[in-house]
Design a protein around this ligand. Structure first.
Ligand code: 5GP
Ligand code: ZN
Length: 113
């Protein structure tokens, strides 16, 4: 298993785990782009959001509720924050294990590019 997010989720690679349950794990991004930059990932190795189907997409709902909770805990929920999912090469995805970015603590700019 050489997937970095699988290794973090299993505890093989130490990280500052901020939340975990049977389905997901959350930890800080190693190269933060904002004062708050966390990643929420499924324990299951799902490569991209494109793999999700009607039957498996409920994981995204759970990830969003965990991200909302982390945003409240980080004190950025009132002012607002951004959730980002990159998918595939042109989507800018660098780590091929599904993850949602939680970004906040500064004004996000309008561009998504
Ligand atoms: P992507 O471009 O795939 O949506 O984002 C991948 C994110 O994972 C990047 O923001 C990058 O900084 C982060 N990242 C890559 N390797 C590691 C790592 O080993 N540990 C942590 N905590 N974050 C990582
Ligand atoms: Zn993985």
């Amino acid at each position: 298993m050489n997937c970095i997010f699988c290794r973090i989720a299993s505890g093989e690679v130490p990280s500052n785990i901020l939340y975990q349950d049977e389905r997901v794990v959350a930890f800080p991004d190693i190269n933060p782009k904002a004062p708050v930059h966390l990643l929420v990932v499924p324990r299951e190795h799902i490569e991209t959001v494109a793999e999700l189907t009607e039957d498996s997409a409920s994981i995204i709902g759970h990830i969003v509720t965990v991200a909302n909770r982390l945003a409240r805990e980080a004190g950025i929920a009132e002012k607002g924050y951004r959730l980002v999912v990159n998918c595939g090469l042109e989507g800018g995805q660098e780590v091929p294990h599904l993850h949602v970015h939680l970004l906040g603590g500064r004004q996000m700019t309008g561009t998504l590019g």
